[in-house]
Ligand binder design. Structure first.
Ligand code: ADP
Ligand code: MG
Length: 703
């Protein structure tokens, strides 16, 4: 869909309010009043067949009676009238429908909503909503909503799936001094969704940071793609953790995958910065909309109080940007602007005696110094100082340093005077917060954004030549048997077709055959039951490792068969596999799910029996680059085990990363066939020695 199309919807040059009402308190009245009070300069056309005039605007029977062109129609009429109105709007040549009306998919009217979109598309119209508050834009003096007023001015633009929350945020922007240019309510996302709005805001000249409140994506894969390409910072708060896929899952991966974890991973792949809560979304949006990214790791804290300095230091470490002492020359210069009992290290304590001059001099010097990559200025309100004076000194110091591409964040701890001063700072482009912790968190967001830019998200995805037809042959055979789960040997053959390093494996149906295969493969060997009815083989006593000779094979064969029958009397047993015994290695797990929002997604973690207890796993939506696969290894808590602890050699992470990519490639290529899979364990050896898939499982999609 053409993004130009959205201009008519999000920056309309003229609007009709369909269902405009003369009765104060009705939404159809409030919207019209808001358009008027926000001083919107475009044409305003109330539509109501029973009125001549509302709030001084001439009223029309229908949009078709309006002579002038109309960009957007805001609909506030009941759901049952919407369809007919869409026809009229289409005939009028309206570009977009802002459908405030509720009563569609959110109350189960899914078909009605689909018909609505189909009809609008037929006329080339885009739909925002339904079930929304509307659109607010400071730069266009446009309050096309029933939220109270345009938000406090700023350069962030917020897209919210929740309407009520958007109204709350709107009001809170003044209290908090957090500025926005646009607030866009997208409600049911019947047509325009997060992906569309991100794409559009990325080219909107009045937006410098895209801020999202998300309950769930409509098309996760496309949203990631669009976000990855965006040139502006994107910060998101995700709420609503559903337990889909967690219940009754047939594989380890299914029970470990939760919507929340996959979203988290998808955000990081998409280069979306995450917010912990609503406050944090505000704080991060403010910093990202006003300040350049933090290009290095050296941040300097200036303060007039030891207490806030320590709080800042703690927060810096907590958010991953720990403080370092400033170099000697920096300390020498800073000492000139503090009493003897001050400290020029880092945090730089100017002491309670610090007034406007000292703040100006130290801010000016440190913001200009090459060692300092980012500056955090803290201040506690004192009786001897005026917060506004300090605010102005800070702004002045920053401006006169001549360094425009270096971030600064501020925190004032104090009362009303401090609050006023911070509002002033925000209005003048410097993010200011009521707590030192927040100023440091904001700085950390600017660092995260820099790191996202550096990885550039442009690396190629790993793909390989695979024997797809071989894999499909095995899958189709299982389907002919009416099975949705592959046996280990079948799964390993599919894995092998995609280049994964599986153990050598043969299926035997009697003792003699077992002995023959064991000799061919070479002792020691591993023997396992093969039955579509036994998914967890060890639980059924169906695994014997380290079988050393012919007698061992014969004994194990009998025992495994006996155990399997005791476990499940009517189990359909295909036989017993004989496989090479892989040497001991670090056990990791690879898994996959076909996520309803994001599609094929890979899981990685430390394997073994504790995997489901520790839940130390990470996810990535396929496909991805080798660099990203390497990233997965450092995302788990057990990362040091792979990099080598206590004198152990590091594991072969290069090969593991390549294997993860091949695995991702497999689940992408077979996404219409595989619903879940895992390789558990994969035995990983020391650097240069590769790895082996010891066990494999594939659950097919039901067809
Ligand atoms: P389950 O169905 O119970 O998961 P596995 O095939 O994973 O059965 O076997 C259980 C354990 O036996 C594995 O976790 C691994 O430690 C060991 N194992 C299995 N196959 C091999 C092999 N080919 N070489 C070495 N160890 C193996
Ligand atoms: Mg296993």
């Amino acid at each position: 869909m053409d993004i130009e199309n959205l201009n008519g919807l999000l920056r309309p040059k003229s609007v009709a309010v369909i269902g405009a009402s003369a009765t104060p308190g009705k939404i159809g009245h409030t919207v019209l009043l808001n358009l008027k009070e926000s001083n919107y300069q475009g044409g305003i056309y109330p539509i109501n067949p029973n009125e001549q005039e509302i709030l001084g605007f001439k009223c029309y029977q229908s949009v078709l009676d309006v002579k002038e062109p109309i960009d957007a129609a805001i609909l506030t009429i009941p759901a049952k009238f919407v369809m007919d109105t869409v026809d009229q709007c289409g005939k009028k040549g309206i570009k977009g429908l802002i459908i405030i009306t509720s009563g569609f998919s959110e109350v189960g009217q899914v078909e009605l909503e689909k018909d609505l979109v189909a009809k609008a598309r037929g006329y080339g119209m885009r739909i925002l909503g339904p079930n929304i508050v509307g659109v607010l834009s400071n730069s266009d003096n446009f309050n096309g909503s029933f939220a109270p007023f345009l938000p406090f001015k700023g350069k962030g633009s917020l897209v919210s799936q929740s309407g009520a929350l958007l109204i709350g945020i709107d009001a809170a922007t003044y209290m908090r001094g957090i500025g926005f240019d646009k607030l866009i309510s997208i409600g049911n996302m019947s047509d325009v969704d997060f992906a569309d709005t991100i794409e559009w805001l990325d080219q909107d000249e009045n937006t410098s940071c895209i801020s999202l409140y998300i309950e769930g994506f409509k098309d996760g894969r496309r949203t990631i793609e669009v976000a990855r390409k965006a040139k502006k910072p994107i910060v998101a708060l995700k709420s609503g953790v559903s337990a889909h896929g967690a219940a009754a899952a047939a594989s380890h991966t299914g029970s470990l995958a939760g919507a929340a974890k996959i979203y988290k991973s998808a955000f990081s792949q998409a280069g979306i910065i995450q917010a912990e809560d609503l406050d944090n979304l505000f704080d991060r949006t403010l910093a990202l909309s006003q300040q350049p990214p933090l290009k290095g790791e050296n941040i300097l804290i200036l303060t007039n109080g030891g207490g806030v300095g320590v709080l800042g230091t703690d927060a810096a470490e907590k958010y991953g940007i720990p403080l370092k002492f400033a170099p000697e020359d920096v300390q020498e210069e800073l000492k000139k602007h503090m009493p003897d009992f001050g400290s020029a290290k880092n945090p730089v304590d100017l002491t309670g005696m610090a007034g406007n001059d000292w703040y100006f001099e130290t801010v000016n010097f440190s913001h200009g110094h090459k060692w300092v990559d980012g500056l955090v200025v803290l201040y506690c309100e004192t009786a001897m100082t005026d917060p506004m004076g300090i605010a102005k000194a800070i702004k002045d110091g920053v401006d006169k340093s001549g360094k425009a591409d270096k971030p600064v964040t501020v925190s004032f701890v104090g009362g009303e005077r401090s609050e006023k001063a911070m509002h002033w700072l925000v209005e003048n482009g410097i993010p200011a917060y009521a707590a030192p912790d927040k100023a440091l968190n904001a700085m950390a967001a600017l660092r995260e954004y820099q790191l996202i830019r550096e990885t550039a998200n442009n690396e190629p995805f790993v793909t390989n030549k695979a024997d797809r037809s071989m894999a499909l042959e095995i899958i189709n055979k299982a389907r002919q048997d009416n099975r949705t789960s592959l046996t280990e040997i079948e799964a390993k053959e599919v894995f092998k077709a995609y280049g994964l390093p599986v153990t050598q494996i043969r299926l035997s149906t009697n003792e003699d055959e077992a002995v023959k295969f064991a000799k061919e493969i070479g002792f020691p060997i591993v023997m396992k039951i093969v039955s579509p009815d036994i998914l967890h083989k060890s639980d059924a006593g169906g695994v014997k490792v380290n079988v050393k000779d012919e007698q061992g094979v014969r004994d194990a064969f009998k025992e495994i068969m006996k155990n399997a029958k005791a476990y499940k009397a009517d189990a359909n047993i295909h036989g017993i596999v004989i496989q090479e015994m892989a040497p001991w290695g670090t056990e990791v797990i690879l898994g996959s799910v076909n996520d309803p929002t994001f599609g094929p997604t890979v899981m990685f973690g430390l394997g073994g029996i504790f995997v489901e207890v520790l839940k130390d796993v990470t996810f990535k939506v396929a496909p991805f680059s080798k660099h990203q696969a390497l990233g997965m290894m450092s995302e788990i808590k057990a990362a040091p085990i792979l990099s080598g602890v206590r004198g152990e050699k590091p594991r072969d992470r290069e090969m593991l990363a390549e294997t993860i990519c091949l695995y991702a490639n497999m689940i992408m290529d077979l996404k219409d066939e595989i619903s879940e899979s895992d390789a558990n364990p994969v035995l990983v050896y020391e650097e240069g020695k590769g790895l082996k898939v010891a066990d494999a499982r594939i659950i097919l999609k039901k067809k």
